[in-house]
Design a protein around this ligand. Structure first.
Ligand SMILES: Cc1ncc(C[n+]2csc(CCOP(=O)(O)OP(=O)(O)O)c2C)c(N)n1
Length: 586
């Protein structure tokens, strides 16, 4: 039996149907009809955010924590445009997300009506797909399709823009029996021939590397990856987006490649004769200057999105498929080869990589003026809190240090904005991650610049009972930009001093401790190396409220190693003006 209801009611009913338990959003005129039945829903919790950008990042954090699409909701016009940044962020990092926006009534569309914005047009290049719904009868089917598209194939953000009259009109609620999406058929099962070819190349290679990207995380393929690595003995590098998918403590783990990657990981790709890229996209932050990247390597490239393959680097063996299925099939193919006596010999390769690992380990110099070293703060945080917590970074130096100095042992332990590099991601994404997985300790590791972009969501955390913990790595500056000014602009620090921890200590604008307290959180400050552990332990002991720690740190610390922008990976610097000696390694 069908039931008559308003479009708004059918929207909420549809969300319930697809299993949504949380929506992050802010109401307004055009979406207001939807907020009315939401008030009555026993299944869907709405979390009232302070900014739509926060709602979008919270949805992303929720998706990271649960593997299910995060949902955010906004009104038309400015509400919808405030979602642009998180949509672009989710698109770049393949985060499943459904954004629902209100649109002005359909007769008003195109008239420059109050709070009208063509959000479908605006977000066309930064969503996996988007829908404009003007007919109340289309709402259930569109919601079903949106969730299917967001979470299948290469995950991504889908926007559903619904006109106000569609929300207000009445229709029978009809849930679609099956989805009819012509042209949308993600290939998950890889071709056997290519997989066998890849296995053969792994056996023949002398210097192979598994280059593991975020696609392996999204595919939930950590277990399969480990089996393949252990079966073959091939070294593993994980990108920024894949940190934790392979345990840092594993002997086959060589590190993170990229602009601020480990020397051994960067060197392994540069000197490889075979790169098996799994759910990775040869991002410029990984390849450095593309024309000098891994000159001797043959490429096996596996990805669920055929558009990624050979986009930046030609693939000798292209494999289209879900990384979990690709890895599972590769394991079978490698085993079959090994039973026939075909097995790679990588002894000399490992000797070389081990030498790189021991010669160029991760490290940092402690400041000699008694101030806190940001790397030490982040390293101790990881050690005291441990690998079961979720760490959510902002963007900048602290993000790189969080990637470098916290040991990740499980998939999903590190959440960050890799592709878009979005300042303001951390606090709301941590909020979303905590809602999605409330039993886990969630630490936002943020910069003083990033924190000032979205810290109003601390109010949301305090009011909604979402006890995240925030470590503000407060160097008083837009640190990463300042680092580039140091290196490339002769130390001319144009517009990077934020005055959040001035060296003369007179005024802090804002004072993060007092700001946090004003938001209903506990605010702590740590300024001396000997207080780091006690401060972290104190923060860990508070679980009924959000906690913010202002770690006031040295202003001059820099992120090393570094491959300069537009520079070849061969020229990675281990520290300022210090390059590894590759030849010496032979
Ligand atoms: C929204 C946005 N605006 C500007 C930038 C450029 N940017 C990259 S890192 C950075 C500085 C970040 O400063 P802070 O949050 O204090 O972190 P730190 O580098 O000091 O650790 C800036 C401005 C960006 N990535 N995102």
């Amino acid at each position: 039996m069908t039931e008559q209801m308003t479009g708004a009611q059918s929207l909420i009913r549809s969300l319930e149907h697809v299993g949504v338990d949380t929506v992050f959003g802010i109401p307004g005129g055009a979406i207001l009809p939807a907020y009315d039945p939401l008030y009555d829903s026993a299944k869907v919790r709405h979390i009232l955010m302070r900014h739509e950008q926060g709602a979008g990042h919270a949805a992303e954090g929720y998706a990271y924590a649960t593997g299910r699409p995060g949902v955010c909701m906004a009104t038309s016009g400015p509400g919808a445009t405030n979602l642009v940044t998180p949509l672009a962020d989710a698109h770049m990092d393949s985060v499943p997300m459904v954004a629902i926006t209100g649109q002005v009534a359909s007769p008003m569309i195109g008239t420059d009506a109050f709070q009208e914005a063509d959000i479908c047009g605006i977000t066309m290049p930064i969503t996996k797909h988007n829908f404009l719904v003007k007919d109340v009868r289309d709402i259930p089917r569109t919601i079903a399709e949106a969730f299917h598209i967001a979470s299948s194939g290469r995950p991504g953000p889908v926007l559903v823009d619904i006109s106000k009259d569609a929300l207000q009109n009445n229709a029978d609620f009809v849930w679609p029996e099956r989805l009819d999406l012509p042209g949308y058929r993600p290939v998950t099962k890889p071709h056997g021939k290519q997989v066998r070819e890849a296995a053969r190349m792994i056996a023949d290679a002398k210097r192979p590397v598994l280059y593991v990207g975020g696609g392996v995380l999204r595919a939930g393929a950590a277990a399969e990856l480990r089996v393949l690595a252990e079966l073959t003995g091939v070294p593993v590098v994980t990108t920024l987006m894949a940190r934790g998918v392979f345990p840092d403590s594993h002997p086959l783990y060589v590190g993170m490649p990229g602009m601020h990657g480990d020397v051994a990981a960067v060197g392994s790709l540069q000197q490889a004769d075979l790169i098996v890229a799994l759910g990775a996209r040869f991002d410029d932050r990984v390849t450095g200057r593309l024309d000098s990247f891994a000159p001797d390597a043959k490429i096996v490239h596996a990805d669920i999105d055929p558009a990624e393959i050979s986009k930046n680097r030609h693939a000798d063996v292209p494999i289209v498929g879900d990384c979990r299925e690709v890895l599972a099939d590769l394991v079978v193919a490698v085993r079959a080869d090994q039973e026939k006596g075909r097995q790679g010999d990588y002894g000399a390769w490992w000797d070389k990589l081990n030498k790189l690992r021991t010669t160029y380990p991760k490290g940092f110099d402690a400041p000699d003026d008694g101030t806190l070293s940001p790397q030490a703060v982040i390293q101790r945080l990881g050690q005291v809190v441990g690998p079961e917590a979720t760490y959510v970074a902002g963007v900048g130096q602290h993000q790189m240090w969080a990637a470098q100095f916290i040991d990740y042992e499980r998939p999903g332990a590190f959440v960050n904005s890799g592709g878009l590099g979005t300042m303001g991601f951390s606090v709301p994404a941590a909020l979303g991650a905590k809602v999605g997985d409330p039993d886990r300790v969630v630490w936002s590791v943020d910069g003083d610049g990033c924190f000032q972009m979205t810290n109003q969501e601390l109010a949301t955390c305090a009011i909604e009972g979402i006890p995240i913990k925030v470590a503000v790595v407060n160097n008083g500056n837009l640190g990463m930009v300042r680092q580039w000014q140091t290196l490339f602009y002769e130390g001319r620090y144009s517009n990077t001093d934020l005055q959040t921890s001035p060296l003369d200590e007179k005024v802090r604008i804002p004072d993060f401790v007092r700001l946090s307290e004003a938001y209903g959180c506990v605010g702590l400050r740590c300024e001396r190396p000997e207080d780091i552990d006690a401060t972290i332990e104190k923060a860990m002991s508070i679980n009924d409220r959000p906690v913010v720690v202002d770690f006031t740190v040295n202003h001059d610390a820099m992120v090393w190693p570094m491959v300069g922008p537009g520079v070849s990976n061969d020229n990675i610097q281990y520290a300022r003006d210090m390059a590894p000696n590759w030849e010496h390694q032979d």
